[in-house]
Design a protein around this ligand. Structure first.
Ligand code: B1M
Length: 229
């Protein structure tokens, strides 16, 4: 064994708090295999999937976000970090989306036109599935026509839109206006989310609710479904 291997960090030997810190570093460095390994270790130690997601993955991505904003990290590095985050999410997905119950409703979700950020949207989809909703994910860069076709064809109850850029969030209003013009706005619950949004924006564009995070999206979806029935 060479010297360099002597220094190798064995993730499974770290106590929980150091492992989480190491995972933040590994996410920052875009190390997908290590993130997958760390995620599995925490689950094996009895952490719940939402705990791992929140503390190890979302917490790590928040650090990446700050350094991206400050010009310390650039798009290629952030893409690597996003891929590493997805490796962890792939392990959590079956747990977060597992449900024995029959679907409580249908949601069509997508990231709006011009925007390719999909991590938050994917998370919302997983959590909604976990809460018993059937989720039809349209992916990224979705235009109004595609959203409308999908909700109508699938007879969905909820339309979910995600936007992470201040330049793409106004497109949500374009979609809602298109629903109005087609005379079908009141048939659907429209939920919006994404880091640059807030309650006022949601209200201003005519959405039924702005959802701060995936857990809120689930709660609000359930509440509004119950109120509509
Ligand atoms: Co981008 N990016 N990015 N980026 N990126 C942000 C958003 C930014 C805030 C970074 C920064 O400057 N600090 C900034 C936006 C600034 C602004 O508009 N004010 C930014 C920028 C500028 C850009 C580019 C323009 C950079 C460039 O090219 N120069 C470019 C745009 C590309 C495009 O979309 N056209 C770009 C590109 C990228 C990557 C491709 C490198 C990568 C995306 C990879 C991917 O998604 N597959 C990326 C990433 C990773 C980020 C940050 C670092 C992290 C986003 C993320 O995944 N967060 C981000 C910084 C940040 O947000 N702090 C940033 C983790 C995720 C779990 O949180 O997405 O907020 P979030 O989702 C949450 C809630 O918001 C909510 O629930 C989720 C889970 O709890 N939610 C919903 C989200 N969607 C919802 C939908 C709902 C309900 C709730 O529907 C009902």
């Amino acid at each position: 064994m060479t010297e360099e291997y002597d220094d190798e960090i064995i993730l499974s030997e770290l106590p929980d708090d150091e492992l989480v810190e190491q995972m933040h570093d590994d996410l920052y460095d875009g190390l997908a295999d290590e993130i997958a390994e760390g995620t599995q270790i925490l689950l094996d130690r009895g952490w719940s999937a939402p705990q791992v997601l929140d503390k190890a993955l979302v917490g790590g991505m928040a650090i990446v976000g700050v350094d991206f904003r400050d010009g310390i990290l650039f798009v290629p590095e952030v893409l690597m970090a996003a891929n590493a985050m997805k490796a962890g999410m792939a392990i959590l997905k079956p747990i977060l989306s597992e449900t024995g119950a029959k679907p409580v409703g249908k949601m069509v979700i997508g990231t709006v036109k011009g925007d390719i950020h999909d991590i938050g949207k994917n998370l919302v989809g997983m959590m909604m599935e976990g809460a018993g909703f059937e989720v039809i994910d349209l992916g990224i860069n979705v235009d109004a026509e595609t959203y409308i076709e999908a909700i109508e064809e699938n007879q969905a109850n909820i339309l979910g839109m995600s936007a992470l850029l201040t330049t793409t969030m106004p497109y949500m209003k374009v979609v809602i206006d298109a629903l109005q013009e087609a005379g079908i706005r009141d048939k659907y619950i429209v939920l919006v989310g994404g880091a640059p949004l807030n309650d006022e924006f949601g209200e201003m564009i005519g959405a039924d609710a702005y959802c701060r995070d995936a857990a809120v999206a689930v709660d609000v979806a359930k509440e509004l479904m119950a109120a509509a029935s």
